[in-house]
Structures are given as C-alpha cells and as structure tokens.
Design a protein around this ligand. Structure first.
Ligand code: GLC
Ligand code: CA
Length: 560
C-alpha cells in the first residue's frame, strides 16, 4: 500500500457553534478554536475537521450555505480563518473544512437568481419542474415531508432532499460542477489539509424522477430507494478529485451512506474517490424505516459484529474513518453502553476499541471527556430540525408526548451539540453570555479543567491511546497491521489482534459489568495500556473486570 501523509493521523471534529465562545454572544467562534489549539495539541490531534463556518442562515446549523467564500460573522472573519489555518499549521495540525455541495442555502445568490429568472442560467443550477404537473416523485425529505416545494413567486417547484431551505444543486450541469471545483481550489490554496465531504451520495439522482413504493402512511418513499438505483456517481467524484484534491495531495473523508457493497474500493481504495470515509455501520445499526421511535437498541454483541464486519470489509481495500459519535449522533457513550453502566471505565473501554481498530480515528469534541447525552425535559429545549421532525413522526405514529420525547432524546443530534464542557463554572466555561443551546448540567463533574490534570481521567486515557498510536515502537502495526478477531464467539468479549510480521498486539475488552476471564493467546506479554488498576492473570488466562480493556504486546506471536 502506498503510504499517505494521513494514514497515521488522529483527527478531531469541532462543531464550532458549541466549542468555545470568545465574545460572549453565546455562539462558539473561530477565535475560540484558536484559543484552544494548545488543548488540542496537548491531546495529540493532527487533523481538525471544522463543521461549516460559512455564511449561513442556520436553518440546518450552517449546513445550508449562503456563500461559500465568506465566513459567517457569528463565527468571525476570513482573517480569523486564515489565522487558524496558520496557527494550527505551525503546530503540525491540518484543517479540514466541511464541503457541503449537494445543496446550498435558499439564500444563496444562485437560488435567488433562479427565483428571479427560473428559465435563465441559474434555474439550471437546481432541479426545477413545472408545478402544474404535480410532484415529479414521492421522495420523502430527510427532514420530513415531500422533497418538493414551490419556487417562490413562480409556477415552478424545486427539489430539496434535506430542509426546504437547502435546495439541491444540479450536478448534471457542468457549470455547477465548475463553480464547485473553483471554490474547492480556492480553499485549498489557503493551505487547508482537505475536506470532510457532506451528504455526498445524494449528488447523483436516479433520473428521470419517478415514484417508489410508499413506505409510510404519508404515501412517500425514503430516498434510500432512489439511491439504490442511482448509477454513475463515480464519474462526478473522479472528476472532482482530479480537478481539485489530487493536485494538493489533500485528505478527504466522505460522509457516505447507502454506498453499494461492491463500491468500497471505488470510494476508498488506493485510487479511490476519497482518502477515507466514515464507518457508520454501528451508528446505523437498529435504525428503522419508520423513524427514530422505532429504532432497536444496539447490544455489545451487535457492536462487536459491526466492528468486525467493517474491519474485514476494508482490510484489503483501504482505511475507514472510525467514529463513535459526531454532530449528527447521540453521544457514543450513551448510545453504545447500557443505561446505568456509563462510567469512566466503560467510557475508556469504548475509546480503546475505537482508537485501536484499524482506520483513522475521528474524535468528536467532548468525546475525550466522556461527555454524555443531555436529559431533555421538553421538546422546546431542542433546536435541531431533524429531532423536531422525528418527534412529530413519533406523535403521528401514536406515541404520547412523553414517550415521543423519550424516543427522540435517545437519538437527538442536540445531544452532541450541547456546549463543550470546559469547566465546572457557569455555562461550563463555554461562554460568558447566554449559550445558544442548553449546557448539560453534568458539567460540574465532567469537564476539561478537572480532567486535564487528573491522571485517571477519561481525557488522560485518550491522550495515552493517541500517544500509543504514535509511539514509534507500535505505530507501524497499529496503523498498517491487520485486525484479527480473537475469541469472537465469547459473549460480550470484544478482542482482536493488531498484527504484522514483526509484532502482535492484543486488544481485549470485557463489554459487560460482570467480570469474565479470557484465555491468553501468548504466555508472555507486556501491558501497554489498561483502563483498570490491575490485571489479574494466571495460568494462561486473564480475569477481566467489568468493562476492563487491556492492550498487550504478546512476546510469542500468535498465528496470523
Ligand atoms: C450531513 C450533515 C448533517 C446535515 C446534512 C445536510 O448529514 O452531517 O448535519 O444536516 O448533511 O447537509
Ligand atoms: Ca461568539
């Protein structure tokens, strides 16, 4: 495999609105990221993905872009952005911007011009149809309701697979693609490390528009059905890569849902469209076509199977980007650990798995502190458009208000969007003003200030995991070595080797609160990391405490 500069890197996602506010308006800003670079450097981060900071009306929190060349004043200025790129760069940290090009905002100049003259040049930037013919297809928007809305003041309708303030750009139009490449290159020339690429699978529509079998009582059909039929996205993605990323040796990470199983090599193989893409197998597990209220919880065994399936799938192809959470997901510790068993030990166990699997780890802000879901007491406390829609779906399905709130609270994107917990003081030290979203009251016990100086904290443990990945003695194996499942059949044991011809490392986790013992594959070993104080080994086995995770270097290599 040809080595690339990003293979051995650890990435961190910043959701700027909730990271750190420096001017007291209750909204995190770019200066806030600059001020926290020491913190990120200390943790050992190499790549920072910044969720959108472009000019935006915030209908979908910045994922609705009104100008790709401007920073939203609530986040700061282009000068701040340049300073961030430079200051991060001087610490060896590369910045990724978020590339949101399936759609723009309805307040973007292109859409405004399309409204003014639907038959002109800019009408062709979007998917417009004559209103008199009715809806061209019955796709349900990701945020609820039909994908079509009236183009204001005209006799046309336009397509939006997300919110109605996020009109889809027409990638079939070469002029649109040129505009996008121009923008990407403009940013890359500023010295970006690359991009995280939003909702990219949606750029290719199965055309002509047609109906699919309705899958809910609303008579609409999930967009997934259309995506299964859409062919030829690779042509767009290769063109984009050649015209932009490739020239700068940029790192790209795709948000790719619904890829076809045999397409993985096209996406992340040696000459794939992207450097990597997120592994969403466990985040998607249990999801229901009916909505969040109908989702199944994930068990430790399910989680193990998800991990091993993804590891096997990518093994000979490339690298997945490993996540336990992001700004669209609940907090990983609240999602994957059984209720009542979320504690520092189990949080460290999850971290061990996520950072030791083969792939490029992405840590979401606050994950390194073990931040947890928020206990929302009313739907009014939630800002997210998607959660509001899922709440309505749950009510429509007959759930009581209380049950609907409970159901959506488990999956709400706002769980991850509550402000970063810096201190135990007012507003968790996030802002001196009124935070745009509620601060989790548990910041009195879960916060960076306390954890940074505590050798036993979740933060310190993350730091050790990152340091281990970078340790010259183990790096080669941890980055490029194989993942070989071990004791896969033993219930609630998630263990695997990371292995190459020089070295065998064993990662073993007991994914339950009850202790259980595992057979050791080697007679001699060295403990590289342990999330508990002790390791109880004897006669070829180890008794793992509840949620204990250990990383061992086996002296006698186990069979490959
Ligand atoms: C991606 C983003 C999500 C956003 C959507 C539409 O899934 O991660 O936050 O709502 O795209 O841009
Ligand atoms: Ca601010």
């Amino acid at each position: 495999m040809k080595k690339k500069w990003w293979h051995d890197k650890v990435a961190y996602q910043i959701y700027p609105k909730s990271f750190y506010d420096t001017n007291g308006d209750g909204i995190g800003d770019i200066r806030g990221i600059i001020e926290k670079l020491d913190y990120l450097e200390d943790l050992g981060i190499d790549i920072l993905w910044i969720s959108p900071v472009y000019l935006s009306p915030f209908a979908d929190q910045g994922y609705d872009i009104a100008d790709y060349y401007q920073i939203d004043p609530r986040f700061g200025t282009m000068k701040d952005m340049d300073e961030l790129i430079a200051k991060a760069g001087s610490r060896g940290i590369r910045i990724l911007m978020d590339l949101v090009v399936n759609h723009c905002s309805d307040e973007h100049e292109w859409f405004q011009k399309a409204i003014a003259d639907p038959d002109g040049k800019y009408g062709k930037y979007f998917y417009l149809e004559d209103a008199k013919n009715g809806l061209p297809c019955n796709w349900r928007s990701y945020f609820g309701g039909p994908c079509w809305d009236a183009l204001p003041g005209t006799d046309k309708i336009y397509l939006h697979v997300f919110h109605k303030k996020q009109p889809d750009l027409n990638w079939e139009n070469p002029e649109v693609r040129e505009e996008i490449y121009k923008n990407i290159n403009w940013w890359l020339q500023k010295g970006l490390g690359g991009f995280r690429i939003d909702a990219i699978i949606n750029i290719k529509k199965a055309l002509p528009f047609k109906n699919y079998a309705p899958d809910r009582e609303d008579g609409l059909s999930s967009i997934n059905h259309m995506l299964e039929e859409a062919e030829g996205i690779g042509v767009f993605l290769e063109e984009m890569k050649h015209r932009t990323f490739e020239k700068y040796d940029a790192f790209t990470v795709g948000e790719v849902f619904n890829a076809k199983p045999d397409e993985l090599a096209d996406f992340i193989g040696e000459n794939g469209h992207f450097s990597t893409m997120f592994d969403f197998r466990s985040t998607c597990f249990g999801s229901s076509p009916k909505g969040w209220y109908d989702s199944l919880p994930i068990t430790p065994e399910d989680y193990k199977n998800c991990c091993f399936e993804s590891q096997a799938e990518a093994a000979d192809i490339g690298f997945y980007a490993n996540v336990i959470e992001n700004h669209d997901e609940p907090r990983g510790v609240s999602h994957y650990l059984p209720e009542g068993e979320v504690n520092d030990t189990s949080k460290k166990m999850l971290a061990t798995i996520s950072l030791m699997l083969r792939g490029i780890p992405f840590i979401y802000q606050g994950q390194e502190l073990g931040m947890e879901n928020m206990a929302f007491s009313s739907i009014d406390e939630i800002d997210d458009v998607n959660t509001k829609n899922e709440y309505k779906t749950a009510l429509d399905a007959g759930l009581s208000e209380e049950d609907a709130l409970k159901a959506v609270s488990r999956y709400s994107r706002d769980n991850a969007r509550t402000p970063m917990q810096w201190t135990d003081g007012p507003n968790a030290g996030f802002t001196t003003g009124k935070p745009w979203l509620l601060v989790n009251p548990n910041h009195v016990s879960i916060n960076a200030a306390a954890q940074v100086k505590d050798p036993a904290s979740v933060y310190t443990y993350y730091k050790k995991l990152i340091a281990l990945r970078k340790n010259e003695d183990y790096k080669q194996t941890l980055v490029y070595g194989k993942t070989v499942p071990y004791l896969k059949e033993q219930k609630n044991i998630l263990s695997f080797f990371r292995q190459d011809e020089h070295q065998t490392l064993l990662v073993a986790a007991n994914f339950q609160s009850k202790p259980q013992s595992i057979k050791l594959p080697c007679s001699n070993y060295r403990v590289l990391l342990n999330n508990c104080d002790q390791i109880a080994a004897d006669h070829g086995s180890v008794l793992l405490e509840g949620y204990q995770a250990v990383i061992l270097e086996c002296s006698a290599p186990a069979p490959l």
